[in-house]
Ligand binder design. Structure first.
Ligand code: OMD
Ligand code: FE2
Length: 449
């Protein structure tokens, strides 16, 4: 498949915008003044995709109107297909609170041809899609494009974090290219196709409860962190492709189903609405941090959040650790030692992570489960507690991230065993932490004066 069709893309901008988009090949294809004209322009069909209950309050109400060559319902019956290593079943796993680290997940082996959907594998998660409460964390690893195949998730939204290789994504609303150090969100129900060029790998946070939103800024004010104008949405771009055996795959209640149809599902000529996929370049994040003393909690780095019904408590936050200045005085600057009532899954897109310079590698991951202690390794502690506290660049040339969840996650069989990436030596990074306690510290200190 040629990737040329992904060059010079135009995007709509503005988080949560109410967009109206027409493929330039069909001017005035959007009906004027109404959603359901008796006959739509160009002989198109009108179809609504609802991303919220019809009755959701206005600030949560999301839907899009498509004007398309055929309605999405024109397909043969669904049949269940193999779902490889992807799972939404977190009830039959053995609990394990251990600090867990994964070495970089493999690319497809030599001679293997794996597309985005076949290359999905689930590491951990909680809850279940039937009760619409929970999350799942997946990785994808692939080397070929999806041909005559589209995928949609009936269970929740995907936040996709490419680590290696760009994703060339066709969606019903248009095309988006997502490079490493950018992310995209494909909300529930939206069909998409992923093309790649060579080895491609990344992480996915799936949420069942709600859609992602920007965090409130509180006293930060009206601007900062991820600014709404930097979120980019596709513009209408249809393909009129009649072809037998086009596969539309639905993940429904955690299982995969395939329906065949005789045309491309990317046949939307025009659309309007506020329910659409989007991308965001992480280098545009406006970092706020301590400029006096102490280490601020990492919630200051929240890009997007999926909120629970408990005030301020996230089903999952997407947090990044971007390049920035470290200037705090008389402060242990790296992350503190801690135990958290949230689960922390981390991944590394590029470079190193400051609290652990060895062992945590790009394309790998870690999970520090609820209340499981963690923090800097001994090397990091020794370095940061003796270093000269000049202003320094932190995390230059790196990008790590955290999926932080209020849910207690279970690791799948694939994550625990089948992937063969669990680093059994991880615990050792804290074994060198020395006892430094000196009961005579005050005497020694005053005699030094
Ligand atoms: O555990 C981690 O490395 C993530 C993290 C970073 C930080 O700066 C403070 C708390 C925290 O959990
Ligand atoms: Fe942590």
């Amino acid at each position: 498949m040629s990737l040329k069709e992904f060059s010079n893309l135009k995007y709509n901008t503005g988080f949560g915008g109410e967009f109206a988009s027409e493929d330039p090949r069909c001017p005035e294809s959007l009906p004027k003044g109404q959603n359901n004209p008796q006959i739509c322009p160009y002989g198109l069909y009108a179809e609504q995709l609802s991303g919220s209950a019809f009755t959701a309050p206005r600030s949560y109400n999301v839907r899009t109107w498509f004007y398309r060559i055929r309605p999405a319902v024109c397909h043969k019956p669904f049949s269940r297909i193999d779902q490889g290593n992807m799972s939404n079943d977190f009830s039959s796993t053995v609990p394990d609170p251990a600090q867990t680290r994964w070495k970089p997940f493999d690319f497809p082996k030599k001679g293997e041809e794996i597309d985005f959907v076949n290359g999905l594998a689930t590491i951990c998660g909680a809850g279940d899609p039937k009760s619409r409460h929970g999350i799942a964390i997946h990785v994808y690893s692939c080397n070929i494009s999806m041909t005559n195949k589209a995928f949609y998730n009936s269970d929740g939204d995907f936040l996709i974090v490419p680590q290696e290789g760009s994703l060339y994504i066709k969606t019903e609303m248009g095309k988006i290219v997502v490079n490493p150090n950018e992310i995209c969100v494909i909300p529930m129900g939206i069909r998409f196709n992923v093309s790649v060029s060579g080895n491609t790998r990344g992480y996915i946070l799936e949420v069942f409860d709600a859609h992602f939103e920007l965090p409130s800024l509180g006293p930060i004010g009206a601007n900062g962190l991820a600014n709404p104008r930097d979120f980019e949405y596709p513009t209408a771009c249809y393909e009129d492709l009649d072809i037998n055996g086009y596969k539309v795959i639905s993940k429904y209640q955690g299982a995969f189903f395939e329906a065949l149809q005789d045309h491309s599902p990317f046949d939307v000529v025009a659309w309007h609405g506020n329910y659409a996929p989007y991308k965001y370049d992480l280098s545009k994040f406006m970092v706020i941090n301590s400029v006096a003393f102490d280490h601020a909690d990492p919630s200051i780095f929240t890009v997007l959040t999926c909120q629970s019904v408990k005030p301020g408590v996230a089903i999952a936050d997407f947090v990044i650790f971007p390049p920035r200045w470290g200037v705090a005085d008389h402060t242990f600057r790296p992350p503190y030692y801690h135990r958290n009532c949230m689960s922390e899954f981390m991944g590394l897109i590029l470079g190193k992570y400051e609290a652990k310079e060895g062992g945590f590698l790009p394309g790998g991951a870690s999970l520090h489960s609820m209340m499981t202690p963690h923090g800097p390794d001994s090397e990091c502690f020794n370095k940061a507690s003796t270093e000269d506290l000049k202003p320094v660049r932190v995390a230059d040339g790196t990008m790590s991230f955290m999926f932080e969840s209020s849910l207690s996650m279970a690791i799948t069989d694939w994550g625990a065993k089948i992937c063969e990436k669990v680093d059994d030596e991880y615990y050792k990074c804290w074994q060198g932490i020395e006892k430094k306690f000196n009961p005579n510290w005050r005497d020694d200190f005053s005699s030094q004066k």
